[in-house]
Design a protein around this ligand. Sequence first.
Ligand SMILES: [Zn+2]
Length: 340
Amino acid sequence: MSGGTPPPWLEGEDDPGLPKSSLSIWYHDLYTMGIDPSARFPRDRYHLLEDRIKGAQLPSPIEFREPRPASTDDLLRVHGPDYVDRFLGGRLSDREINRIGLKPWRSSFAQRTLLIMGGSISALEHVCQHGGISGNMAGGTHHSHADFGSGYCVFNDIGVCAKIALEREGVERVAVLDLDVHQGDGTAAILRDTPGALTVSVHCEANFPFRKVASDFDLPLPAGAGDSEYLDRVQEGLDIVSGFSPDVLLFQAGVDALASDALGKLEVSRLGMRLRNQMVLSHVVDQGLPCVIFMGGGYSDPIGHTVDAFLDLFTDAAIANGRMQRATGPEGRHREREAV
Ligand SMILES: [Zn+2]
């Protein structure tokens, strides 16, 4: 792991008599194997990260959980029935497929897509029921719009999760903090007219998507920006989230702002990325705010830099989750909400 000042939730000793709460993250082999090995997308990042997490001596445990495929009804919360039907039936046009990428598609790609959507939904349900933090080791598919996919994104898991939180889980306010280097255009479009939903995007202005869709708050950075400018924008985003006082935070934690990223155009260091995560996680811990982590983008060359940054992310998320669970108990957040 990289260095850096310990965040507040790393300070002090835990009571050794208390059980360690695991961070639940959803993952399936098809996250890797559902993409053809000849695709330009770096599919190996998923199983490389799985191996790194399972092989690491982590200060706080991580538990892998296997997703179930999302239901069509959940997809239809944000997506048009014609688009859903044609994707699942293998009837998208070449133009639609080209816009999504991830080619050549293999027969398991539709199942992979449904499992990733299901992983995000399960992570959301987990934090709504138990508080704390959980994550999907994929997803954050923020370029998907209601009726078309784009930029490696078929369906929009963040939009679906926001709708499920508001419509099924009894959440009044849900905030999306999108720190992927690419602007969250699909999420912004899908949630634009949704009462109770806030979208905030920190991204590189001179990057995909070149036709952006306005979020509630967009915090763009010029190409070449480094740690200092990036972290200033992240703090602005967190201040906006704090002012909204959400009941759940959906954190798109893409690490493609890294200097080593082939698609990012920013110059953020591994330490800067880790400090970014710690800023978000410290806010979550301080507020007792249930949080879902969506993995988002990462295309470093070599891919090991992306894997390092995601290992940092989930390691620190596990520590933060442990602190939250020990502070409130597994049902603490719920009890607190019911009392007010
Ligand atoms: Zn991205």
